[in-house]
Design a protein around this ligand. Structure first.
Ligand SMILES: [Zn+2]
Length: 241
């Protein structure tokens, strides 16, 4: 789907991606704390303020070199790939802005969930609200909006049922993050949410034998991270990214 125009825009997209990664790193480090602790504001070892000391691509505190927040270069790599795919897709205008916001919001949530098994509602809300606001000016048929609404309702409803059936075994954070996932995937085709969910669960299941082979201690699987990965893949394959 690449167009000459899209290719010309790509260097700008990559520059934008690298420009926002320090902020994304700060968001991840700030929110990567257990549910019973206050949001992190400083390095856990030397207490230097997170911004800007712990927002470099290396993921290390500039003062004491301790590892803080997301893994080294992970945010930068994923952001550049996401922006590159967006640029290559030919998507433009408000829809491009909406899917950029959606991708980056979900990237932050995925890395927080991977770190501390938590999906902060404030970030889920910001991702959802920003995506909806940016899609509002898009000249789209009413069916796209209905598809997004149905997608969000079906996916969040499904996980709400699992949350109730497992008596909280599946967290409310996973239920809530199904809303922006359902909107972003459903905007394309609400039926794709089933594919995204199956793919997410398959990715999560695939890590179990890998963990056994590598001798990693058994621990809860960050389902949200895999659901987000599955939804990003589906959107990429569907051609928006
Ligand atoms: Zn430090």
């Amino acid at each position: 789907m690449s167009t000459p125009t899209a290719i010309r825009h790509r260097p700008h997209q990559l520059a934008y991606a690298l420009a926002v990664t320090p902020l994304l790193r700060w968001l991840i480090a700030h929110h990567s704390v257990p549910a019973d602790q206050p949001w992190r504001t400083g390095c856990p070892v030397c207490a230097t303020a997170l911004w800007p000391a712990a927002c470099t691509p290396s993921g290390q505190c500039r003062t004491c070199q301790a590892r803080v927040g997301a893994p080294p270069y992970a945010v930068e790599l994923v952001a550049v790939v996401a922006f590159g795919l967006l640029a290559a897709s030919g998507t433009r205008g408000w829809e491009l802005a909406a899917y950029t916001w959606w991708s980056l919001g979900l990237l932050v949530l995925a890395l927080i969930d991977a770190a501390v098994l938590r999906l902060p509602h404030r970030l889920t809300l910001a991702t959802t609200a920003g995506t909806v606001l940016l899609l509002t000016p898009v000249t789209a048929s009413a069916s796209a909006w209905w598809s997004a609404i149905v997608g969000a309702a079906c996916l969040a409803g499904f996980y709400a049922l699992i949350h109730a059936a497992t008596r909280g075994g599946l967290g409310l954070g996973d239920v809530a993050v199904a809303v922006p996932i359902g909107i972003g995937v459903g905007w394309l085709d609400w039926r794709l949410i089933a594919v995204a969910a199956v793919l997410g669960h398959s990715l999560a299941a695939a890590t179990i034998p890998i963990r056994r082979m590598t001798g990693t201690a058994p621990s809860p699987v960050p389902l949200g991270t895999y659901l987000i990965a599955g939804s990003l893949l589906i959107v990429v394959v569907a051609g928006v990214l």
